[in-house]
Design a protein around this ligand. Structure first.
Ligand code: GLY
Length: 263
């Protein structure tokens, strides 16, 4: 099935992004945009059609579309992001997703960021983070249990989202940073711990038969390639300063009728 990747441009105001665990350091918007375009090209190279949603320069974190929705085959769930500053990002995403899936919307008091949801088949591992609260876990369960999904809470430490520290590699394989998640929490899955000192490499994006990995983490890449994983390294130095990883910058949907690209 063809895969549609929804993205959104890097906002002019990215320097005013939310930060939870990192200190603020200057972000070069031009470089960030160049790296983001290369990321979109990597998605195309992996077989996606990329559709760039309209930019939102007044919303600093708008590039991180993953947090605003969780798209399953049956439904697109519009989340209620944990950071108040990010809630205005939802309308543009919801408008487009409504054309592609039935919508479900989370409401107060639930908060949930899509970056906290790691899907493996019909299991949704959900981080207990500063962004995703207990009501968010419950709301997600209420929406997805009738569709046959199981929601499993995962404790995380010292990072923004679950997917800052764990990513799906395909089949039953998960890349983890053992400093921030317990590999044993992923019962029944094969876990690949990132080498010490490469914790930031634990956010990787499986798309088609490829895994996009952040450039600059050669030991993680070698480990994955030795395990037969096809990797494509993508530079992410600028958005990493905004606590954004590779999964954060797209929403992937399997779609039968594919629209044209608007890069
Ligand atoms: N800067 C990404 C986030 O905090 O949501």
């Amino acid at each position: 099935m063809p895969v549609l990747a929804l993205t959104r441009p890097v906002s002019e105001s990215i320097a005013r992004c939310e930060l939870t665990f990192s200190s603020r350091t200057p972000i070069d918007v031009r470089t960030a945009r160049k790296q983001h375009s290369a990321y979109e090209q990597a998605l195309r190279d992996a077989g996606c059609t990329v559709e760039r949603l309209p930019g939102a320069d007044t919303l600093p974190d708008a590039v991180f579309v993953e947090d605003i929705a969780l798209v399953l085959d049956e439904v697109a769930i519009i989340t209620r992001p944990g950071a108040v500053s990010r809630r205005a990002e939802s309308s543009a995403i919801a408008e487009r997703l409504a054309e592609l899936r039935p919508l479900a919307k989370m409401a107060a008091p639930a908060t949930l960021d899509g970056g906290d949801v790691l899907r493996v088949g019909r299991t949704l591992y959900v981080g207990r983070s500063t962004r995703t609260n207990r009501a968010g876990h419950e709301a997600l369960t209420d929406i997805t249990a009738p569709l046959g999904y199981e929601v499993i809470p995962i404790e995380i430490g010292g990072c923004l989202h679950l997917k800052s520290a764990a990513s799906w590699l395909g089949e039953d394989r998960v890349l983890v940073d053992p400093a921030r998640v317990r590999p044993t929490d992923f019962h029944g899955l094969e876990t690949f711990p990132v080498p010490e000192g490469e914790g930031a490499a634990a956010n990787a994006l499986r798309v088609g038969d490829t895994v996009l990995v952040a450039e600059g983490f050669p030991r993680t890449r070698s480990m994955l390639e030795n395990a037969g994983v096809k990797c494509h390294a993508v530079a992410n130095t600028e958005l990493a300063k905004a606590e954004g990883g590779l999964t954060c910058c797209s929403l992937l949907l399997e779609c039968s009728g594919m629209p044209g690209e608007n890069p």
